[in-house]
Design a protein around this ligand. Structure first.
Ligand SMILES: O=C(O)CCC(=O)C(=O)O
Ligand SMILES: [Fe+2]
Length: 497
């Protein structure tokens, strides 16, 4: 029954991470802090190497510019028109390392790799990206603005170890790769520059170079340190490249998770870090009573009688007076809107009104309640449907309180028997599920590469008979935005199920 989860153990990031970490540990200093930090860096390095391989990972901006060498020297030039706010390239991180700053304040030892430049971002000294008062230093050639803030995984791992900072080495001899050209761009000023570096939210230590104005094909890309309309540019970046950015973030998180396992972080520390959920994948409880695999690869499970007939009926009664037309999240603008693709009605059910049901869901999905999206009851009347879609959903916006996260697992439970129509159909694997009262279905919208798994495409087929469903999704991270929290949900009735 291991199914897809067996593969989770062998993601590329883990494999390369272990190899790199083994090398690092041979050289590691005796201090366990140093070992942890060095392994973290080494794992981040291997992840960066992995995502620099465009065969494995191709962000939308990978082909936006390229290097040209002619009489004018070496220039980075736009391969196509690039709109303002769109990413031109990633900031190149060809390798990552660790520099130790002496706690007595004396200058750190010289970087041994004398043929490389190194650039440093120190969260304690440099503050936020191009921090206050630091503007005159922002354009320094040797400065890497790694967005290492307290919320990010690298910071969680290393943040309180003040002696440590991350640095990146540019390796001039390394051949140019599309998508990773930021370090080769000429630096200009406000009048000549047409791009700036923006840290990728949640994806330390990577940055995107973003166009500060529309750039024409063939134009040289010149970075500058000023930051006009930074907030606006950031929001265009998030809107245009949100999915790619969250992918990067997940790769980095994976590296951190690997590190924790490798260093065998002591239990308190690992509990603390696990509670901030660095683990990108979510394994359900394969020992849950009655769990059956109904499709393998992509894995789809069911549990008969997950909810009792009584529970189903009471949930229907609870939701019925509160049904409204279903809304769908528009991933491009983060707004929830009515959508002809989903014509059913629904009602949100507060967890506090269904504690037994919640316990079953969290037991089955191995997760805490704060990672469970708000429960919805769906009702399809004759002719209503949910056209084919995947539940995959990640990125900076979710409109349901989850930020820079992703839906890992779908759980729904039919609340009535349906004789005709209204099946849940997975066309890619030709699996048609007839709704049976109390039966739960579980599938996984994101695949092991943290991309949406298109094979989980499914539809709520047009209903002939009335169909009732309780549905929810488990996210990788707990909900962080209070305004979308459980607390805001109106009470439905006094029945506690
Ligand atoms: O109605 C169904 O059978 C499936 C519902 C669904 O796919 C969803 O709510 O995401
Ligand atoms: Fe769905």
């Amino acid at each position: 029954l291991a199914g897809g989860f067996a593969k989770v153990k062998g993601t590329p990031a883990r494999k390369t991470g272990s190899a790199a970490a083994a090398k690092t540990s041979a050289r590691a200093a005796a201090s366990s802090d140093d070992i942890t930090a060095k392994k973290a860096v080494s794992n981040l390095f291997s992840v960066c190497a992995h995502i620099q391989d465009l065969k494995l990972y191709k962000p939308t901006w990978a082909d936006a510019c390229h290097q040209i060498v002619d009489e004018g020297g070496t220039r980075i030039v736009a391969k196509r028109d690039i709109r303002r706010g769109h990413a031109v390239t990633l900031f190149p991180i060809h390798s990552l390392g660790l520099r130790t700053i002496r706690s007595d304040g004396r200058k750190a030892r010289k970087n041994r790799e004398s043929d490389t430049e190194f650039v440093v971002y120190d969260v304690d000294r440099d503050g936020e990206f191009f921090g206050r008062g630091g503007d005159e230093r922002a354009g320094l050639r040797l400065k890497l603005n790694i967005p290492l803030d307290r919320k990010q995984p690298a910071a969680a791992l290393m943040g309180d170890r003040k002696r440590h900072v991350l640095f990146s080495t540019f390796l001039p001899q390394k051949s140019a790769q599309p998508g990773w050209l930021g370090g080769r761009m000429r630096l200009g000023d406000e009048s000549t520059g047409n791009s700036i570096t923006i840290p990728l939210p949640g994806a330390a230590p990577l940055c995107a170079v973003v166009a500060t104005r529309d750039v024409k094909e063939g134009e040289e890309i010149i970075r500058c340190a000023s930051r006009p309309d930074l907030e606006e540019l950031k929001s265009i970046l998030a809107e245009e490249h949100g999915k790619d950015i969250s992918m990067l973030g997940m790769h980095v998180q994976m590296a951190c998770q690997t590190t924790l396992e490798q260093v065998g972080a002591d239990k308190a520390e690992s509990d603390e870090i696990h509670s901030s959920e660095l683990g990108p994948f979510h394994a359900i409880n394969l020992n849950y009573p009655g769990l059956k695999m109904i499709h393998q690869d992509p894995d789809i499970y069911s549990v008969d009688d997950f909810l009792s007939a009584d529970e189903c009926d009471r949930i229907v009664a609870k939701a019925c007076p509160h049904l409204k037309p279903c809304l769908v999240n528009n991933e491009r603008n983060g707004r929830v809107e009515q959508d002809p693709a989903r014509t059913s009605t629904n009602a949100n059910v507060p967890q506090v009104e269904v504690p037994t049901v919640m316990r079953k869901i969290t037991d089955l999905t191995n997760c805490s309640p704060d990672k469970v999206e708000i429960l919805q009851v769906l009702r399809y009347k004759k002719g209503q449907e949910f056209v084919p879609h995947t539940d995959g959903f990640s990125g900076p916006y979710s409109s349901c309180g989850f930020v820079d996260s992703t839906r890992l697992c779908t759980v729904f439970c039919y609340l009535n028997d349906v004789e005709e129509g209204g099946t849940t159909y997975f066309p890619e694997v030709d699996l048609d599920i007839r709704p049976k009262r109390g039966m739960a279905v579980i599938h996984f919208p994101a695949d092991v590469e943290m991309r949406e798994d298109k094979r989980t495409l499914h539809q709520g087929s047009p209903a002939l008979d009335d169909k009732w469903l309780l549905t929810t999704w488990v996210w990788k991270d707990p909900r962080t935005e209070e305004e979308y929290g459980e607390e805001r949900l109106p009470k439905l009735n006094d029945d506690i199920i």
